[in-house]
Design a protein around this ligand. Sequence first.
Ligand code: DQA
Length: 144
Amino acid sequence: MKILVINGANLNMLGIREPGIYGSDTYEDLKKLISKHAEEKKVDVEFYQSNHEGDLVDAIQKAYFDKIDGIVINPGAYTHTSLAIADAVKAVKIPTVEVHISDVTTREAYRQISYIREVAAKTIMGKGFQGYLEAMDFLIENRG
Ligand code: DQA
């Protein structure tokens, strides 16, 4: 099984950006944690991070041609704005779990809309980095 973990805007700045909200661990730490989990669960994992909306769309489309079995995606702020990313997830029909490090439901009003939620098989939020591991477990348990 091949899982692609996609992180969107500003998630390369983990550890630096708003540590009170996102914690002090870095994007590299996140990748290490996920790789270790993938090894334990005997699945392959790939990572992609971009700050650019169109590049995220391209990565989702590429997942189709690369025969990726599941996607874990935290689009960052594009969650709340991007119909293009949601359409890409819908287009490729790859089971996708939406992850947010923070609990967006308790934050600003403008974070209450998610275009990804309705195309995702599941949304996990407010669990820090652990949410990515739960998302992987969901994809592994529900693989077709
Ligand atoms: C986030 C929440 C978004 O509202 C924010 O724009 C992010 C990170 C999260 O992981 O909690 O960049 O997706």
